[in-house]
Write a new protein. Structure first.
Length: 403
């Protein structure tokens, strides 16, 4: 197998995913094209420089529909000879794009790839494409389907996390994100987004609420209590699958769950020959990738079994990992990960996460992998693991090593 390396990683700032968000005027196509152009310019790519563009986006309908990856290539300054592949593994789409590209390189199917993703949640609402597991009664009943918020509260109930646990985690995410921006830790990777006139419209994550504290979060009502306890009564569905629980404790709300935002991210992946051809120095080696299916009712526990799998596949143990990025879809997801592996919070999401900065579904996996690489370099550490929970019950993970 040929080694696959990360040569570069960049992302847009994350804009509020609503009509008054800074990125709202841009479509997923245009934001993707800007991101591809920025990666191209930073690395002086020309001609048929890469084999393919693998691009994740989750809500593949309307202006995010079709093969958005190919459309983005054509809208960008990349050569039209470069194709594009749009993929969807829900919240891990951006990471899966990188993993797919890396494994293509490792298998000898081309020297270089661009991989990443995009989501414009303010323009194309989450779930507007429909999903068989949610809308087909035969499958929903068979799998004991519940919305993700119910699953997050189910995790909290199953593993003993309180509202205060989740809120304290959220406050810390906000504090870390604020400190990271103040320390300029994201400067290396965050590009400036411009409008059609070349004017800057966003150069900093817009969603953050650094003034958040336990008191302000304590005033928020649980977001999923009503849908759980009233018709259609999703709590009852979940308890049919987990009958040992007496009830579901609803602890999650907007302040300790990931934010709805717009954003994009891209990584440049290649083998040694690719770097030599383009005069580039690799920053990290992709040591291992993994994905797994999990129970679709509790749904969001995937980071635990996929981490167990990737460590076994790589011949490693949890102590071999210096830093972790675990997507903060909901506070309980990361709390469960740390509980399962007895990992200190000082090693996990050290610059904050999606609770503070937002979760642009198709891009987040690529964003957190780039963040992980930057922090490994900044801190002088060697090895990192990025992982995400995934809708319908899946998990994905990637291990990288600095070179």
């Amino acid at each position: 197998m040929t080694d696959a390396y990360i040569y570069d990683a960049l992302r847009t700032p994350r804009g509020k995913g609503r009509k008054d968000g800074a990125l709202h005027e841009l479509s997923a196509l245009r934001l993707s094209a800007q991101t591809l152009n920025a990666l191209k310019e930073r690395n002086n790519l020309s001609g048929h420089a890469v084999e393919d563009v693998v691009w994740g986006n989750v809500t593949q309908v309307g202006e995010q529909g079709g093969c958005l990856a190919r459309s983005a290539v054509l809208a960008s300054d990349l050569d039209q000879s470069i194709p594009g592949l749009a993929i969807n593994r829900f919240c891990a789409s951006g990471l899966e794009a990188v993993n797919l590209a890396a494994n293509q390189v490792r298998g000898g199917a081309g020297n270089g790839y661009i991989a990443g993703g995009v989501e414009m949640m303010g323009r194309v609402p989450m779930s507007s494409d429909g999903a068989a597991i949610a809308v087909d009664p035969s499958l929903a009943m068979e799998t004991y389907f519940v919305p993700q918020g119910i699953s997050a509260d189910l995790i909290a109930t199953q593993y003993g996390f309180s509202r205060d646990d989740a809120d304290a985690f959220a406050v810390e995410s906000q504090r870390r994100a604020k400190s990271a921006w103040e320390d300029q830790r994201f400067d290396k990777s965050v590009m400036t987004v411009q409008d059609q006139n070349g004017l800057t419209i966003l150069d900093r994550d817009e969603y953050m609420r650094p003034e958040t504290n336990m008191q302000s979060l304590g005033a928020l009502k649980p977001s999923f209590k009503d849908m759980g306890e009233t018709m259609p009564g999703f709590d009852k569905v979940a308890l049919m699958r987990y009958p040992h629980l007496q009830r579901i404790d609803h602890i999650h709300h907007a302040g300790n769950s990931s934010g709805i935002v717009d954003g994009a991210a891209a990584l440049l992946i290649g083998n040694k020959a690719f770097g030599q051809e383009h005069g580039l120095t690799p920053r990290a080696r992709i040591r291992a990738t993994a994905k797994i299916g999990t129970d679709p009712t509790i749904m969001l526990t995937g980071p635990v079994p996929v981490t167990e799998k990737i460590l076994k596949d790589a011949g490693m143990n949890i102590g071999d990992i210096d830093l972790f990025e675990v997507n903060e879809a909901f506070a309980a997801v990361v709390l469960r990960f740390m509980q399962a592996f007895d990992v200190d919070h000082d090693k996990v999401n050290v610059n904050g996460g999606s609770i503070a900065m937002g979760h642009p579904l198709g891009a987040t996996g690529a964003i957190i992998l780039g963040t992980l690489l930057d922090e490994l370099e900044r801190s002088g550490k060697s090895t990192g693991l990025a992982t995400l929970c995934i809708a319908s019950g899946m998990g994905a993970a990637t291990i990288i090593e600095r070179v």
